[in-house]
Ligand binder design. Structure first.
Ligand SMILES: Nc1ncnc2c1ncn2[C@@H]1O[C@H](COP(=O)(O)OP(=O)(O)OP(=O)(O)O)[C@@H](O)[C@H]1O
Ligand SMILES: [Mg+2]
Length: 285
């Protein structure tokens, strides 16, 4: 599996030299493999948002390097500028950053910065808007007249329209209702499947992570403390709990039933997997 982004021993301090100095990243080395959905989890303040802002040169490490396709992204001003189009970053609550008068203009903002021809911009805007599940009738609306979930999708469409090789979403389902959360999750999975591109999501929901991620990176107190498949990470429940994290609820239930002697295998992390083993168990009785 090829590595698309790599951090080598990066450290970052906010407010260095002031009484408010905070070491937000401490010697962080991670490999992001291409064509995967990667989840970044960790307790609040562990450094997740700081890390992802390093991946498109929005923040520059105090020490260490960030490599994209084996090239230091901070090597020159030009590489640091160009990386913004290759690694698209959607902030937490991106709907607060919509500012154009129409949905069309908002989605077109990134492609315009890329200096693409007008027709190409138009094509990408229409395609991205449809991709996030909003019909063409939305294009002329004001973003301020949309619901929270719709605004979020417009913001994501704006990043997708740049066709970045890596799409990073910071807490994409935070604050949405259950239906809105489902829509965003489906969108992420569809996007990864259809484009074959890499997606990194920051999430506090272990259920969402278990459902859609192929790889998990766990941060704890400015460091990477675990990195592996869903199975590898969620099988270390005690360590996760010690970091104020959790495992999916269904995993607790299945583990408890197994402890009580029921024939349930380890490694049940999703609702669908739990339903399948419980149904089988029920039929066997
Ligand atoms: N702009 C900033 N100035 C000063 N300190 C900051 C700034 N942004 C973050 N920090 C601090 O850096 C540390 C890491 O913050 P970061 O936002 O990366 O954490 P996080 O894992 O994304 O947390 P959350 O889950 O709450 O979003 C925290 O202690 C935070 O208070
Ligand atoms: Mg954050």
């Amino acid at each position: 599996m090829s590595v698309v982004i790599k951090t080598e021993n990066i450290s970052y301090i906010y407010g260095e030299g002031t009484p408010f100095e905070i070491r937000a990243l401490d010697d962080v080395s991670v490999n992001i493999e291409s064509s995967k959905i990667v989840a970044l989890i960790g307790h609040t303040g562990s450094g997740k948002s700081t890390l992802i802002q390093h991946l498109n040169a929005l923040l520059k490490p105090d020490s260490g390097r960030v490599l994209f396709d084996n090239k230091d992204i901070n090597e020159s001003k030009k590489t640091a500028y160009d990386i913004k189009f290759k690694v698209g970053l959607c902030f937490q609550y991106p709907e607060y950053q919509l500012f154009e008068s129409t949905v069309f203009e908002d989605i077109a903002f990134g492609p315009k910065n890329m200096k693409l021809p007008k027709e190409e911009i138009e094509k990408r805007v229409i395609r991205s808007c449809r991709f996030v599940g909003l019909g063409d009738q939305f294009l002329n609306k004001s973003p301020f007249d949309l619901s929270g979930g719709e605004k979020r999708r417009v913001a994501i469409a704006g990043i997708i329209a740049m066709e970045p090789e890596v799409l990073i979403l910071d807490e994409p389902t935070a604050g949405l209702d259950p239906q809105g959360k489902e829509q965003i999750k489906r969108l992420i999975v569809d996007y990864a499947k259809k484009t074959g591109r890499t997606v990194i999501i920051v999430s506090h929901s272990m259920e969402d992570v278990a459902e859609i991620a192929e790889k998990i990176i766990v941060m704890n107190k400015a460091k990477v403390s675990m990195c592996g498949t869903v199975d590898e990470v969620f099988s270390r429940a005690d360590e996760l709990i010690a970091m104020s994290l959790n495992i999916p609820q269904v995993t607790y239930i299945c583990n408890e039933l197994r402890n009580q002697g029921y024939d349930i295998p380890a490694g049940i992390y999703t609702f669908d997997a739990a339903v399948a083993v419980l149904t089988k168990l029920g039929k066997g009785k």
